[in-house]
Structure formats: structure tokens, C-alpha cells
Design a protein around this ligand. Structure first.
Ligand code: ACO
Length: 433
């Protein structure tokens, strides 16, 4: 038992149990409650896991009170400013920044796994043209399990690594194809001479009919957004990947589960919800009415893109991309058809930042408020926003999955419950009911 401990006493029976207090390298300590049920016959109750550390992890550190986010100890601000997608992906997966040789090897591996098996393309045809791209993502990523029987032994570290590489490499290709299917254009093959983000933009926006040049500003913006979205410790989708993986499901099935979880508007679906909300508002004259609805406790409406479960003072990612967002909007000419929408977004940001209700509850614009607007300014449609998030978060998902699978203490995740249903009763035949 560690030196520090917490004693829990049952006031009814007087029974006590001493539980070890575990320290991380930074952040709050955690009470190890593993023996609580065995020794005392009671469970802990924490809906939404507000006070529960579900695992040990060395990947990402968040301090919500002070707005700190670090990947493997590196502040997100430094990575956003100085790193690029594949370098940060290597860091998350392997624990340290790569040297030149490691990075060029990693880049070579990722770029040589970008193509999809030609028969995988048939899956897209099963979806109606207007299928939501996230529905396509869940289906197509899950179907990868059926293609790589050669490397699905999850007990083999090499198989795990190659599956992780395949996921990171193929995600942009799968995502861009879901967009092309949506708009009825031919799929564009990946180009290994382009950067990770440049290749994605090319697959999204080029056509076989005319030359397309990747806009460096768009590539830079995407690189930044992808780094910011890469990981966020035990968020809903990463926890979903871990829980799915804890039953020893294959990694593609686990990532498909993560994508499904990301889709919800309280998580990764928020960036799409932000733009849908702005479109619903129409113009700046309606902002006050929406703010009033957000404050009304009888109205379920919430301002999308505001608030965060962990960041209570500010979201450091939002702080980083706010400037990028404003820079992108400056590039959009005032007579652009999106102009009024962007004006609306800036007005909403201004009002919410100064409104007592939002200040009191520490509801600041989160990363999704700005990312949705940047994506829109880049010409990416609303229904692709969460897909963009999924591409970046895949690195976090595979890193968590690999960490979990490497943990000798790993066991199936199986929460308990506080049962509140009917107590034992006897079956009655239908005529007696
Ligand atoms: N608009 C209006 N009021 C809000 C909002 C909002 N966006 N968010 C929280 N509140 C209010 C709640 O009504 C509550 O008020 P009360 O104390 O008077 O009852 C208070 O703020 C606290 O809210 P909780 O729901 O307890 O906060 P929680 O931590 O559970 O939820 C969440 C966080 C889900 C992000 C929430 O703020 C929300 O729904 N935001 C909008 C959706 C969104 O932008 N999600 C993206 C999250 S970031 C990401 O996934 C990358």
C-alpha cells in the first residue's frame, strides 16, 4: 500500500476501509477503489465519470483549471507553433519526438499505406449519395477488419503497430472518398509526394479534369487544427475505443466505435452543430434571441461551441485557433456569400464573452466553435466537420489502444451500476395482468 491513503467509513455499520492514494506525475491523485467492493461490498457512483480516472496513461495531460494541455509533456502551444502532423503523431504514438531518421521512416511508412483496397470502394456504393459522411466512416472503417486478416493478432506488437499505421494512413483517403461519394465526383487517389494535410486537401478538392494546387494557407490551417484535435486524454470517443478494445476486439472495430461516439453533438459533432446553429440564426439581428434561449432553463437549447467539461477557465486550443480563425475570415472577401455567417459568428463570440450568464458559468468558446468556422472558410461542408475531427483523433485513438494493449494489467472494462428497477416479482400469465 502506498504511504498516502484515504479511509472510507460506512456511518451505518461503522466499518472502515483504507484505500491507497495513487500519485500521477502531475495532476490530482486518485483513490484506488479496486478493493472497495471486495472489502466493503459497496460500489462507487459517478455518472459521467466526473471524478473517475478510468486508467493509467502517459499520453496526454490536461489541467482544466489552468487551461493546460500537453502531449507527452510538450505544451500544445509549442507543438502547434513548431511541429507538424506526422511529427506530433509520432510523439503521441511512441512517447518522444522523432529524430530525423525516425521521422523520415515514419513518414515513408504512413505514406505507403494511404491507398485503399480497390474492393473496399464497393462499400461506398452501398450508401445512398446523401448519406452522412460520418455514417459512411463508421461503416467503412469497421469494414477494414475484413481486409487485414494478416495483421489482426492483437497479442502481437508488430500486428498492433501495423494496424495503427494503416489507420492513420488510410483515414484521410476514407474521409475524402466519403465526401466525393456525397457530391458524386470520382475518388482521387492519394499522392505520396504531398504532406499528410496537403494530400488530404488534394483528395478532397481536386478532380481528374483540371490541375489543383494545394493552398499553403489551407494546408497550414489544417495542420494546426489536426494537431489540436489529435488527442484529449480520456474523452468519450477515446474511452469508447479503450472499452471496445478491452474485450480484445480488433483495432478497426474499436476505431469504428470511437467514430460513432465522436459523432454526437456533445462531443465531436459540436463543430457541425455550430455551423447549423449559425445558419439557423440567419443574421446578427437574431443573436439576442438565441442568447436568451441558451439562458432559459426551460429551453433545452444550448449555444453550440461554448462550454467544456474539463476546461473551466478557457480552452487552450480555442485560444490558439482563434487567431487562425480571424486570419482566415479576413481572407474571405466581404461580398463572399458566407460573409454574413462569419459576421454572425464573430458577433456571437463577442456577446457570449461579455454576458454575465456565460462568464459566471465559465462558458467560453471551445475549440469546436472556431474549427467549424475555419473549415467552412476552407470550403469544407458542414457534414464533413466531424469527419475532419475523426482524421486527427485517430492518432489519439490508436495511441490509447496501443498503450492499453501493452499494459500487463489490462482487463476487460466492465462498470457496475446502481440498480433501481423492480425488485423480485413473480411471472403472471397474460390473463392475470
Ligand atoms: N449554452 C448554454 N448554457 C450552457 C452551455 C451552453 N453551451 N453549456 C453549459 N451550459 C450551462 C448549463 O445549463 C449549466 O447551467 P446551470 O449551472 O445553471 O444548470 C452549466 O452551464 C454547467 O453545464 P453542464 O451541462 O453541467 O456542463 P458539462 O460539463 O456537463 O457539459 C458540455 C459540457 C457538454 C461541453 C456543454 O457545455 C455543452 O453542451 N456545450 C455545447 C456543446 C459543445 O460545444 N460541445 C463541444 C465540447 S468540446 C469537444 O468535444 C471537443
Amino acid at each position: 500500500m502506498s504511504k498516502k491513503s484515504v479511509t472510507i467509513t460506512n456511518n451505518e455499520t461503522g466499518e472502515s476501509v483504507e484505500l491507497p492514494l495513487l500519485d500521477g506525475s502531475q495532476g490530482p491523485s486518485a483513490v484506488d477503489i479496486e478493493k472497495l467492493y471486495r472489502d466493503m461490498g459497496i460500489l462507487t457512483f459517478d455518472p459521467g465519470f466526473v471524478s473517475t480516472a478510468s486508467c493509467r496513461s502517459d499520453i496526454t495531460f490536461i489541467n482544466g483549471e489552468d487551461g493546460i494541455l500537453q502531449y507527452r509533456g510538450y505544451p500544445i502551444e509549442q507543438l502547434a507553433e513548431q511541429s507538424h502532423f506526422l511529427e506530433t503523431a509520432y510523439l503521441l504514438m511512441y512517447g518522444d519526438l522523432p529524430n530525423e531518421g525516425q521521422l523520415s521512416n515514419f513518414t515513408r511508412i504512413i505514406s505507403h499505406h494511404t491507398m485503399l483496397n480497390e474492393s473496399l470502394k464497393n462499400f461506398y456504393n452501398g450508401f445512398h449519395y446523401d448519406a452522412h459522411p460520418m455514417a459512411v466512416m463508421v461503416g467503412v472503417v469497421g469494414s477494414l477488419s475484413a481486409f487485414y486478416h494478416d495483421s489482426l493478432d492483437i497479442r502481437d506488437p508488430e500486428h498492433r503497430e501495423i494496424s495503427a499505421h494503416r489507420m492513420i494512413a488510410k483515414m484521410p483517403t476514407i474521409a475524402a472518398a466519403s465526401y466525393k461519394h456525397n457530391i458524386g465526383e470520382p475518388f482521387i487517389y492519394p499522392r505520396n509526394d504531398l504532406s499528410y494535410c496537403g494530400n488530404f486537401l488534394n483528395m478532397m478538392f481536386s478532380t481528374p479534369c483540371e490541375p489543383y494546387e494545394v493552398d499553403p494557407m489551407m494546408e497550414k490551417a489544417l495542420n494546426l487544427l489536426f494537431i489540436l484535435h489529435m488527442d484529449h486524454e480520456q474523452n468519450a470517443s477515446s474511452s469508447t475505443v479503450r472499452l471496445a478494445g478491452s474485450s480484445q476486439a480488433n483495432p478497426f472495430a474499436c476505431i469504428a466505435a470511437g467514430i460513432a461516439s465522436l459523432w454526437g453533438p456533445a462531443h465531436g459533432g459540436a463543430n457541425e452543430a455550430v455551423l447549423n446553429m449559425l445558419e439557423g440564426m440567419g443574421n446578427v439581428d437574431n443573436v439576442d434571441q438565441y442568447i436568451a434561449r441558451a439562458k432559459d432553463k426551460d429551453d433545452p437549447f444550448r449555444l453550440m461551441g461554448f462550454g467544456h467539461r474539463v476546461y473551466k477557465r478557457y480552452d487552450p486550443r480555442a485560444r490558439i485557433i482563434r487567431k487562425m480563425c480571424h486570419d482566415m475570415l479576413e481572407r474571405v472577401s466581404p461580398d463572399n456569400e458566407q460573409g454574413p455567417l462569419f459576421e454572425l459568428a464573430l458577433r456571437l463570440e463577442e456577446i457570449a464573452l461579455n454576458d454575465e450568464y456565460f462568464i459566471e458559468r465559465q462558458l467560453y468558446p471551445n475549440v469546436d466553435f472556431y474549427s467549424g468556422i475555419i473549415y467552412r472558410a476552407m470550403g469544407i461542408p458542414n457534414n464533413m466537420f466531424t469527419v475532419m475531427f475523426a482524421i486527427a483523433r485517430t492518432v489519439g485513438w490508436v495511441s490509447h489502444w496501443m498503450e492499453m494493449m501493452d499494459d500487463p494489467q489490462q482487463r476487460i472494462g466492465r462498470p457496475r451500476q446502481l440498480y433501481r428497477g423492480a425488485v423480485k416479482r413473480d411471472y403472471q400469465s397474460i390473463v392475470e395482468r
